[in-house]
Design a protein. Structure first.
Lengths: 534, 315
């Protein structure tokens, strides 16, 4: 009789424990501890506004606040995930040409001075080139081409005046690339000793060694941050950095820096680590010189588009984990990417690569090329593995249509000057989209005269459509406009997109409250509520 | 001797002047300057902004004027400002020198302490199993790329001990520093010790065949006395040359080791400064290394006279 009784007690106990666990609240965040990460390189500067690399955004975003930001725990950035930051609320005017922000009161800069609307105006006047204080470089000046002025109404209200409606302005303001700078600190000082209003204060930056941030005890979000600080050890050698993580000398890898092949090593050597593989919203693409032979001929450009086997790039370089898409990141992670069925109607995107290449060969033969008379060109690219490797695959694919290409690696320091001079025939390029929004992608990369429109592709008719989608407030209508534009860009061979890269972030299981963004590698590094369960 | 010293000193000055011109010109021949690199991280080039940066940094001045400004500053102890950080170049360079110097000294000590005795043993036990083993070890040291060896060492530490001997925080004590630097020093010293071992072996074999060695043995000298007091002393001259050259080049040659073990020394800093076209840092660092090499060679030459009484330096 005892055994059934004991069994009942045991089962009852187990059930009770399960109920207790189910009902128990999530673990309370713990205060304290330093989050230790490695940094992949010595950042070019600490001034987020003057750089276009997340090597600057990752370590210095915790120092700042924006007017608005993307919810740091919603993985997909969109207009719907924008939350207040230094702005407590905002409202569009009836014509949608004025965006007014009510600003948070009682916020202090890290040096104790008060934050006011003047700081917002200063920041955007510098970005728009209207201020006497100048940035040394201003890579996102074009983001504000539609802003005629930023005005203040007292210390805690500011308004953006637009030339035409632009709902996506909020998306640009929410980006990790749009912190608010203090009026009273010069741009030069912000490059080496940044001051913000954010959860962490700058402590020191030992060049090529480390960057240290400490908790801001006066942060306006009471109780935050949980961490005592964040420390980045600069370890340029990737193997050394990953080994340091696996040996638990570091709590986290540099965000989205673990490649697909390395991810397998990390998981094998540190099975407890948590890793998330996500798209970076960085595409590997081809820049085509349309002003020089042979690609001034649209037929040759068409043949180029037809020979591309995107799956081969993904299989070889990403072990099958990358994504095929147009200039906008494809769904499900991307908000604006064309659906698959639409993509496959574009020349070169269809699954039958052999058929596409046969068509391409016919085009080349008509132009007088063939196996005995190939077209000799150079494929230029930056002398970095992430550029060279796809360049080699591209050369192999060009061979299939009688194009004999030679890889021309160009030292990084000379690359943009060479591209600006249009001293290339084909270039293998990477394009990072700082915000998953067409206003950023289209205007930066395809608008006539844009400094980052490397090919100087200029289609005035299409640019009118850029404005049309930018003005559209209905999300679904805007999506369709965006898809049409993206399709036309790909059909035009404006900048053939080879694939969208995926890479991983890994962290130790005791690091809590980290969310990796799935459609931008530039927006998710505030870490104000990250904590260490140890 | 005074005449020799004066002549060597003036040759050293001439050599350093020549190096200064070469490094200055070569840097400016390399495509791109700091402005190009700054825009590289911005993903675009704005010609007007670029010109402004070049003007601010004095890069638009004639090359001879830039050179004169640099050399003039050197004589006044002013090494200029880093283009990248806007901090005085001396503040960027000086803290890194002791790090590399300690690493180089440890590596050299490792290579001499292992290379010389093992070379002597290999020569004395010529064609024995031990000799073959030591020759294979020395060949492997010469064949293995140091970055590969360094990574293997790191992987072995992680697998075996769950720890990794790399620099992430400044060491708190001398003992911590010694522990931190000993592993990378051994990794880089392994190659040097292999070279020294082979040279020691071949120099010793030549000397051990000499008549005076046979005479020493026949007079009843112990094997230890014969090998170290008589033979090694006479075999050491070519070794001193090689050790001197290795010591000089170690300062600049530790790039790979500093990168793999993440040590913030001058060698790695030099490479990053070249990539940045940070002219003040590169010029001053290269001159520093040149001074080390020139002085090391001079010391080696003086040592010859100490080690070999037949060598005397006259006018």
């Amino acid at each position: 009789m005892r055994r059934p009784f004991h069994a009942c007690v045991t089962i009852g106990g187990l059930l009770g424990a399960m109920l207790f666990i189910a009902a128990a609240p999530a673990a309370e965040p713990k205060h304290g501890g330093i989050l230790r990460m490695y940094h992949r390189e010595n950042p070019p500067s600490a001034s987020i506004h003057e750089e276009a690399t997340y090597s600057t955004v990752v370590p210095f975003m915790p120092i700042f606040n924006n007017l608005v930001m993307y919810d740091q725990h919603v993985a997909q950035n969109s207009l719907q995930s924008i939350v207040p930051d230094l702005a407590t609320s905002w409202a569009w005017s009836k014509e949608n040409t004025e965006l007014t922000f009510k600003l948070r009161q009682g916020v202090k800069w890290h040096d104790g001075k008060p934050f006011t609307s003047k700081d917002v105006k200063c920041t955007f006047d510098m970005l728009m080139g209207k201020s006497s204080a100048r940035f040394r470089k201003n890579p996102r000046r074009t983001w504000y081409d539609n802003v005629s002025d930023v005005t203040t109404n007292g210390d805690f209200e500011t308004a953006f005046h637009l030339k035409r409606p632009q709902p996506a302005l909020l998306a640009l303001l929410a980006s990790g690339y749009t912190p608010i700078y203090p009026c009273h600190v010069s741009p030069a000082d912000m490059r080496s000793r940044p001051i913000g209003t954010g959860p962490f204060k700058f402590v020191e930056w030992k060049q090529n060694e480390s960057i240290k941030l400490t908790r801001n005890p006066d942060y306006w979000k009471k109780g935050l941050p949980y961490l005592d600080g964040i420390e980045f050890t600069i370890i340029p050698n990737r193997s050394t950095a990953i080994l340091a993580f696996v040996a638990k000398r570091l709590d986290m890898t540099f965000p989205t820096e673990v490649t697909v092949p390395l991810l397998k090593d990390v998981m094998a050597q540190d099975p407890e680590a948590i890793c998330k593989l996500v798209p970076l919203n960085v595409s590997t693409n081809i820049i085509v010189n349309r002003d020089k032979p042979p690609f001034d001929n649209p037929d040759v450009r068409h043949a180029l588009a037809l020979t591309l086997d995107r799956k081969a790039f993904i299989d070889i370089l990403e072990e099958g984990k990358g994504d095929v898409g147009g200039s906008m990141l494809p769904p499900p992670e991307g908000v604006w990417g064309m659906p698959k069925e639409m993509l496959e109607t574009i020349p070169g995107y269809g699954p039958d690569v052999a058929k596409n290449r046969a068509e391409a060969r016919k085009i080349m033969e008509k132009l007088g090329y063939g196996p005995d008379k190939p077209l000799a060109i150079k494929v230029s690219t930056r002398n970095l593995a992430v550029y060279r490797d796809p360049g080699v695959i591209l050369i192999d694919q060009l061979k299939k249509i009688y194009i004999d290409a030679e890889l021309e690696p160009v030292e990084s320091g000379s690359w943009f000057a060479k591209v600006a001079r249009k001293d290339y025939v084909l270039g293998l390029n990477l394009t990072g989209n700082s915000v998953d929004d067409p206003d950023q992608g289209f205007y930066e990369n395809y608008a006539c005269g844009s400094e980052r429109n490397y090919t100087q592709y200029c289609n005035k008719e299409l640019e009118k459509k850029f404005d049309e989608q930018s003005t559209e407030t209905d999300l679904e209508k805007r999506k369709k406009l965006v898809w049409d534009i993206d399709k036309q860009l790909q059909e035009d061979v404006a900048r053939p997109i080879l694939f969208h890269i995926r890479q991983a972030t890994c962290w130790q299981p005791y690091v809590k409250n980290v969310t990796v963004m799935v459609n931008s590698s530039y927006n998710g590094y505030r870490y104000e509520d990250a904590w260490l369960d140890k | 001797m005074a005449g020799y010293l004066a002549r060597r000193f003036s040759l050293m000055i001439l050599t350093l002047f020549g190096i200064s011109v070469i490094v200055f010109v070569l840097l400016r021949l390399v495509p791109g300057n700091i402005a190009d690199i700054l825009f590289d991280s911005a993903g675009m080039i704005n010609p007007a902004d670029k010109k402004q940066i070049e003007q601010e940094l004095g890069l638009d001045r004639p090359i001879a004027v830039q050179y004169a400004a640099w050399i003039g500053g050197l004589f006044e102890g002013d090494l200029g400002y880093s283009y990248k950080t806007d901090r005085p170049a001396i503040e960027e360079i000086a803290p890194r020198i002791p790090v590399t110097a300690k690493l180089a000294a440890l590596a050299l000590a490792f290579s001499v302490l292992f290379g010389v005795p093992l070379g002597v043993i290999s020569a004395v036990r010529q064609n024995s199993a031990l000799d073959y083993l030591l020759r294979v070890v020395s060949l492997s040291g010469l064949s293995m790329p140091s970055f590969w060896l360094g990574l293997l060492v790191l992987m072995a530490f992680v697998s075996a001990f769950g720890t990794i001997p790399i620099y992430t925080d400044p060491p708190q004590s001398l003992w911590d520093e010694l522990l931190l630097l000993s592993v990378p020093a051994a990794a880089v010293g392994f190659r040097s010790s292999a070279l020294i071992m082979r040279l020691t072996r071949s120099a010793m074999l030549e000397v051990l065949r000499q008549d005076y060695i046979r005479t020493a043995r026949s007079k009843g000298a112990t094997e230890r006395s014969v090998n170290y007091h008589h033979a090694l002393r006479n075999a050491i001259l070519p070794l001193v040359t090689v050790i001197g050259i290795e010591a000089a080049f170690l300062i600049g040659g530790l790039i790979v080791t500093e990168t793999v073990f993440n040590i913030p020394g001058v060698a790695r800093f030099l490479i990053e400064s070249i990539a940045w076209r940070d002219y003040p840092i590169v010029q001053n660092l290269v001159m520093f290394i040149a001074v080390i090499v020139v002085v090391a060679n001079f010391i080696v030459d003086l040592l010859y006279a100490v080690l070999d009484p037949r060598i005397r330096y006259a006018r």
